[in-house]
Design a protein around this ligand. Structure first.
Ligand code: PLP
Length: 455
């Protein structure tokens, strides 16, 4: 069987245990679920879902897609028998407490014992809340982020009507310090967004240097660690990345996506603020909710209203099983992902067919294909992408500045960007599968390139 199914038996046991808690209610019969037709419809849905790339398989090494942990899947489904709404304690007593606990564990990972934070539908909404708070504090000042930051920051700023400016990145995709300082000297900046784990490259912006600039120029620092946040738990980071993760706690706000590397189904981002007093901006006076409990409601510190309590239950269960600890089992999984990336990068660097000048800081590898021109290189990358897919190896493509490949196309490049291959090695299994991945990639390259350029 292609899929793990043991969790179905765990789920059945857990559903029975859950029902025991309500056994004192007057007996009633829940509506039957249209058994025959439901089965038929589910079978039809399963057929429809066959039309997907095999994201769960180790040979899927393309985009940021990762299968949830079986315990997360089971816990999420378990919670849907209650279907709690973490907007308010009235809507989800237990799951609100579980969210508060799980979020505190994430905050603790960044060294925070005091914080304000909650789960969101994803990284986009979590970043929106961070920039919204920044805008509440200084409504007319500019937000800065690297040109390699997620495009959502520019778009969120537009939604919030906050001025936004991109700052150039260096040849390794990190926020360029000289450019940032030049811009800060001109003044009128409210917030700098630093990305730990850029979406294209997994690059780590130099947080210690950015903090030094904060001392001089004074601004709010938001860390977008939606992708990379959990890597702070690992023991095998490079020196610069380690130094950045060690000071995340000095930021004013942090975003991390449990649905990226935290083994969660979609619908799970997280925003954290270092200063709990920003909660005052969320104040509202809904006449509908909050009548039965004196405790703080998550809906009072969140911009989204209804939110899946099931997400909180799944995250809580996953962190219970795999605590967010340095040296723990979860950290070891991320170390395997990074080892896979280093392995792939080493093989690419030794191959004549490819150009891979950017060592991976996390578990994302990008590389160009040799070609006489930028256009030829780009075309070959697209062809290798297709040829690899025909061999069940699924990679991704990414447009990168030609400047990231110094000296590769010495004649004036005809384009600013080149199409490159990209692999996000998010599964620990990628490490053991690297020979298989490499065989297929080499075969795809041999099919596309003239024989002199492969070895
Ligand atoms: C994925 C990602 C986002 C957007 O988050 P979603 O969960 O897709 O909404 C923002 N920033 C970074 C760095 C990301 O990797």
């Amino acid at each position: 069987m292609t899929f793990e199914t043991d969790s179905m038996a765990w789920l059945e046991e857990a559903v029975e245990r859950l029902a025991e808690g309500f056994a004192g209610l007057p007996a009633w019969r829940p509506a039957a679920g249209h058994a025959e037709r439901s089965r038929a419809v589910l079978a039809e849905a399963a057929l429809r879902l066959q039309d997907n790339f095999p994201y769960f398989h180790p040979l899927y090494a393309g985009q940021m897609l990762k299968t949830p942990h079986p315990v997360a899947r089971a816990a999420y489904t378990l919670a849907t028998w209650i279907n709690p709404n973490n907007h308010a304690r009235d809507g989800g007593r237990a799951s609100s407490r579980m969210e508060i606990e799980a979020v505190a564990e994430i905050a603790h990972m960044f060294g925070w014992t005091k914080h304000l934070g909650h789960l969101t539908s994803g990284g986009t909404f979590a970043n929106l809340e961070a920039l919204w708070v920044a805008g509440q504090l200084e409504p007319h000042k500019t937000i800065l982020a690297s040109e390699q930051a997620h495009y959502t920051h520019a778009r969120i700023s537009a939604v919030l009507r906050l001025p936004f400016e991109p700052v150039p990145a260096d040849t390794h995709g990190r926020l360029s310090m000289p450019h940032l300082e030049q811009r800060l000297q001109r003044g009128d900046v409210s917030t700098v967004v630093a990305t730990l784990g850029t979406t294209a490259l997994g690059a780590i912006d130099p947080l210690p240097e950015i903090l030094a600039l904060r001392e001089r120029y004074g601004f709010r620092l938001h860390v977008d660690a939606a992708y990379g946040g959990y890597f702070g738990l690992t023991a095998t980071l490079g020196g610069d990345a380690r130094a950045a993760f060690d000071v995340v706690g000095d930021a004013d706000s942090v975003v991390i996506d449990p649905h990226k590397h935290g083994l969660q189904p979609y619908g799970c981002g997280c925003i954290l603020f270092r200063d709990p007093s920003v909660g005052r901006f969320y104040k509202h006076d809904s006449p509908y909710t909050y009548f039965t409990s004196q405790d703080l409601h998550l809906g009072e510190i969140s911009l989204e209203c209804s939110r899946a309590g099931a997400s909180a239950v799944a995250l809580w269960a996953t962190q219970r099983l795999l605590p967010l600890m340095r040296g723990g089992e979860f950290a070891a999984m991320l170390e395997d992902c990074r080892a896979a990336a280093l392995d792939l990068h080493q093989r690419l660097s030794a191959a004549d067919a490819f150009v891979a000048p950017i060592p991976p800081e996390l578990d994302i590898v990008v590389w160009a294909v040799r070609g006489a021109s930028v256009a030829e290189s780009s075309e070959r990358a697209r062809k290798i992408f297709d040829a690899a897919a025909r061999r069940d190896l699924h990679l991704a493509l990414v447009q990168l500045p030609v400047a990231m490949f110094p000296g590769v196309w010495p004649e004036a490049p005809e384009a600013d960007t080149v199409t490159c291959l990209r692999s996000v090695l998010m599964k620990p299994e990628h490490r053991a599968w690297m020979d298989q991945i490499w065989q297929r990639l080499s075969a795809a390259a041999q099919e596309i390139l003239p024989s002199s350029s492969t070895k």
